[in-house]
Design a protein around this ligand. Sequence first.
Ligand code: AHR
Length: 501
Amino acid sequence: MNVARLTLDPAFRIGSIDRRLFGSFVEHMGRCVYTGVFEPGHPRADDLGLRQDVLELAREMGVTLVRYPGGNFVSNYRWEDGVGPRESRPTRLDLAWRSIETNQFGLSEYMAWVRRLGAEPMMAVNLGTRGLPEALDLLEYCNYPGGTEMSDRRIKNGDLQPYGIKLWCLGNEMDGPWQIGHQTAAEYGRKAAETARAMRRLDPSVELVACGSSNRQMPTFGAWEATVLEQCYDQVDYISMHAYYQEHDGDTDSFLASAVDMDAFIDDVVATADHVRAKTRSEKKLRISFDEWNVWYADRFPGESALEWQQAPRLIEDEYSVVDALVVGTYLISLIGHADRVAIGAQAQLANVIAPIRTEPGGPAWRQTIFHPFAQAARFARGEALRVEPVAPSIETKKYGAVPALTAAASYDAGSGSAALFAVNRDRAEPIELTVDLRALPGATLRAHHVLSDDDHRATNTQQNPDRIVPRVIAGGEQTGQITVTLPPASWNVLEISAPE
Ligand code: AHR
C-alpha cells in the first residue's frame, strides 16, 4: 500500500475561501435552459415554468452564484428580446449554437430563478455584435431604481425593485475565432476599458470581469492577458479563465493528473496580471474569475457548423463516470488551493450541457457522478484555505511526467472550529494510507471520512439507475492528534474534522 502524510495547521493559511468559488453557469445552449431549468407544463414546474426538481438539486449542490446567459451565446444576444410579455417576444436565430431561440426564458425568469435558488447573479454583456450602449441599457434596466426609460421598462414588466446585480462579465471568450464578433487583444482591451468605465459611472458598485484566454492552448495565451490588461487593469476587478479537459486515447492517468495543467494555468495568469500591475504601478491585486471549468469530451462534438437549426437540441450531454468525478474533484482542489487569487468559480454548465444535473423533458432530474464532489466541496470548504504540503508517492503519466498520486486541499473555519480535507487518490490500483497531523488542532476528531469510488471506474449514473454512484461514509470516530485513513484506489475523499468540545 502507498503511504502519504500531510499536516493540517490553521497557521498555514493560503487565503479566505470566497463562497463565490462554488458557482455554476446557465447558458442558452442545448437543453440547459429549455427542458433543463425551465419547462412550462412539466409536472414539477412552478408558476413561471421553473423546474422545482432542478432547483432543489441545484440547492443541494450548494451553488452560490450563476453566470448567465452565455457563453458563446451572449455574443449575438439581444437582451431586450427576453423581457416583457412572453407572447410578444421574438424568435431568433442563435448563431453561436445554430439554434432557434424562442426567448421564452429571459432576464426576469433568470432573476426569479436565481433568487429562488438563493444564489448570486452574474451577468455577461454582449461585446461581440454589440457594445457599450447596449451594455449600459442593460445595466440601467437591471440596477437603476426607476424614473428612466430602461428602469421604467423593468418596472412595467413587473419587476418593481432593481435587481442590484454586482458581477458583470465584459463579453465572453473574445480571443476565440469561433466567437461571434471575435476581436484582437488590442481591440478588445480598449472596448472592455471603455465599457467598464461607463458602466462604473452608471453604477459604481459593479464588479467587472475582463475576458482572459479561452484556454491555455490558445496561440495568443499570455500575450492576450497582458495586452488586454494593459488597457483595462484599473477598470476591472477580475480576469476570466476557462478550462475544459477530457481523456485522450484512453490515457486515464494523464487525465487524472490534468489538474496539474489547471494549477499551472492559474499560476501563469496570476504572473501575467502581476506583471501588468507592476508595469502600470497599480495598487490593486487582480483576482481571477474561473467562470468556465469542467470535464468536456469535446472530441465528440461535431462543431457548431455541423449543427442543424433546432430548438433546444441535445448538445454535449456528456454522461460522467467515476473517473470524471475524481477529475472534477481535483479541479475543486486546485481552486481551493488558489483561494488567495481565485475569487469566483463557475462550473460549466448546470443542467444537461456538460452538467452535474441531467433532466428528461416531462421526466425526472438526476445527479451525475460529478455532482457529488462539487456538492461536498461547496458544503465543507468553509473559512480559510490551508496549505497542506502532502508527501506522497508519484505516478508516471505520459502527458505530465511524474505526478503526485495524492492531491489535496484543506479548509479551516475558525468560527465553528471545524476543518475539512479534500483528497483524491489518483492511483487506480493502489490504496493510500494517509496520515494527517492534527497537532495544531488539539482535541479535534475525525467526524467522518466520505468516499466516492467504485470498482468499476467507468460506472455512471443514469435515468434508470440515478444513484449508482454516491459518496459513502467509510470511517469516523475518535481519532485525535494524528489520524490515519485509507484512501481507496481512484477515489475522492472528504475528511470532516470536528471542533474540540
Ligand atoms: O460551455 C460551453 C461553451 O464553452 C461556452 O459557450 C463557451 O464560452 C466555451 O467555449
